[in-house]
Design a protein. Structure first.
Ligand code: OOB
Length: 532
């Protein structure tokens, strides 16, 4: 840790930015405050705050009896469920650090995560969406030198089951824990290679949950639908599960992230708030357009974040759901920006708002690291009380993505508007370099969306022998109503420079999605090559 980082951390202690509370203790405090409120509900089963405190205490004691020690790491890979919430708090209470894997991750990624973290445990569900996790676990631990304890939820006669693990009594002795210690590891996004481990402190995770909860006015009356996989930072802590619990609200579990689960649950459970990625928001709108009537009048706020949201879709979200949209820009590494409930239409539809903390220091810089004026695009870099100062055990990577002044370089192309709101235009690496000319995909996407035959489009640079990169437009349409020539002519009529015209179009019936539901641009690249 260099001097700058040390000074920064000391500032957060000194100025009491951080509450001196660890995540396990936080649940105990919330359960005293909201004891009889329902904390979480799933398919008719529910736990009050008081019950959640007791259940997680018994599992925490179980982990202890099973031989886990403070500081051990455990890879947690289970779908959204009551157990998910009980287990994470059990781990926090026992001082064990969960590594939050997504259910969609497979052998190579999980193995890599195990190795990087030095995990001593692996918690899985028996099966989910037709995939057998026990089989994957068997393949991962087939090396005798791997000393890994496997715990299974559901059907199991081979490994330790959660039921066996649970003790008769709660863990009473408090595990000495500094609130500034690492409480959990999130995983970096991206779809290639093994994800990086992101160490988040107990206190910073509570801080961000509370700050985001305040932005969207969560209260004891809030009913939060956990629609996205909860291992992801967005539904877990922004405000998600943690923010809802900090406010005394109720979490409704959605087992599968799909519109035919999400929409009926909003009606049945009188959900007031949920968070979606743009692709899922769009699928939910399509589902509602099929015509079946649902009473969604309980909805007050929908958060959309995770990738660029087209302003047209932003407006459609508010109109269709008849509630307020809050755009969220977030990174698992820390920074969260979001729009306010009472922001202007322009701010809500066209921007991702502003940082949630007065201590966030966000800069927009050029390639040399110099700040650019408001209104101009550059790279968004940030430091603050909940943004990491380095990935876990990745010194070489940290040298590149953390500046000397301890700013984390997001790799996102963004600008700050005069009113202080930020606009994020995509990843800098998504910028297409076609024979030396630079093209921003979102610029072409926005123009194409104005064509009434195009409802959804993604523009991606594809490696090309001749051009370096060629421009490919992926269009969601199974009727193939346009040709490449039509599209090029349409753009030429709108005075678009010749070098920005697509070189290829590919029609898709549905978007390939990542584990959390973002459009998977690497899969699109493979599709483009397969379509030549
Ligand atoms: C969230 O976190 P990650 O770590 O999965 O992904 C972060 C990346 C950002 O660097 C950016 O490229 C993109 O996802 N992103 C957005 C965005 N929100 C995230 N791009 C444009 N507009 C947005 N609103 O995705 C995440 C974490 C917490 C809350 C929300 C999202």
């Amino acid at each position: 840790m260099n001097m700058q980082t040390k000074n920064k951390l000391e500032q957060f202690y000194r100025e009491n930015v951080w509450e001196p509370v660890a995540l396990g203790q936080a649940l105990s405090l919330w359960s005293q405050q909201y004891r009889d409120n329902t904390a979480v509900t799933e398919n008719g089963r529910q736990l009050t705050y008081g019950q959640l405190e007791i259940e997680s205490g018994k599992i925490a004691q179980g982990f202890r009896c099973y031989g886990f020690k403070k500081g051990d790491k455990v890879v947690l890979q289970i779908p959204n469920s009551i157990e998910f919430i009980v287990i994470i708090f059990a781990l926090f209470k026992a001082g064990i650090i969960p590594v939050m894997a997504l259910p969609a991750q497979r052998k190579t990624e999980i193995k890599g995560i195990m190795e990087k973290s030095g995990a001593r445990g692996y918690i899985i569900k028996d099966k989910y969406l037709g995939f057998d996790y026990k089989e994957m676990a068997r393949e991962i631990v087939n090396k005798p030198e791997m000393d890994l304890k496997i715990i299974v939820i559901g059907h199991n006669d081979e490994f330790t089951s959660l039921k066996e693990l649970k003790a008769d009594r709660e863990l009473y002795e408090t595990v000495a824990m500094d609130h500034a210690e690492v409480g959990l590891f999130l995983l970096s996004g991206g779809t290639t290679g093994v994800p990086k481990l992101i160490p988040r402190r107990h206190t910073d995770y509570i801080y961000v949950a509370k700050q985001t909860a305040e932005r969207c006015k969560l209260s004891q009356n809030s009913v939060y639908l956990a629609a996205l996989p909860m291992a992801h930072n967005f539904p877990l802590g922004c405000p998600g599960v943690m923010g809802t619990l900090s406010a005394g609200g109720k979490i409704v579990i959605c087992n599968v992230t799909s519109p035919d689960e999400i929409i009926p649950l909003i009606e049945e459970e009188r959900v007031t708030i949920t968070g979606l990625v743009p692709a899922m928001a769009s699928m939910c709108i399509e589902f509602l357009e099929l015509g079946e009537e649902y009473d969604l009048s309980s909805l007050e706020v929908i958060h959309v974040g995770g990738s660029v949201l087209d302003p047209y879709l932003a407006e459609k979200v508010e109109k269709t759901f008849n509630c307020k949209l809050q755009q969220i820009f977030g990174i698992a590494e820390g920074l969260i920006c979001c729009t306010g409930l009472n922001d202007s239409d322009y701010a809500r539809y066209h921007t991702q708002g502003r940082p949630i903390s007065q201590y966030d220091e966000v800069l927009i810089v050029d390639e040399k690291g110099e700040e650019v004026p408001d209104g101009e695009y550059g790279e968004l870099i940030v430091r603050g009380p909940y943004t990491i100062y380095g990935y876990y055990n990745l010194e070489e990577v940290n040298k590149v993505c953390i500046s000397e002044e301890c700013y984390f370089k997001t790799g996102d192309k963004a600008r700050r508007l005069k009113d202080g709101n930020y606009q994020v235009a995509g990843r800098l690496t998504e910028m297409i370099n076609r024979a030396g000319e630079k093209i921003t995909p979102s610029e072409i996407e926005e123009l194409l969306l104005k064509n009434e035959l195009i409802e959804e489009v993604q523009v991606v640079g594809i490696k090309d022998k001749l051009l370096g990169e060629r421009i490919c437009a992926f269009i969601l349409d199974d009727t193939k109503r346009m040709t490449l020539k039509d599209i090029r002519n349409y753009l030429i009529d709108r005075d678009v420079a010749a070098f920005k015209l697509p070189d290829q179009i590919v029609f898709v019936n549905s978007w390939p999605l990542t584990g959390v539901g973002k459009i998977d641009r690497n899969k699109l690249r493979e599709l483009a090559d397969g379509n030549l």
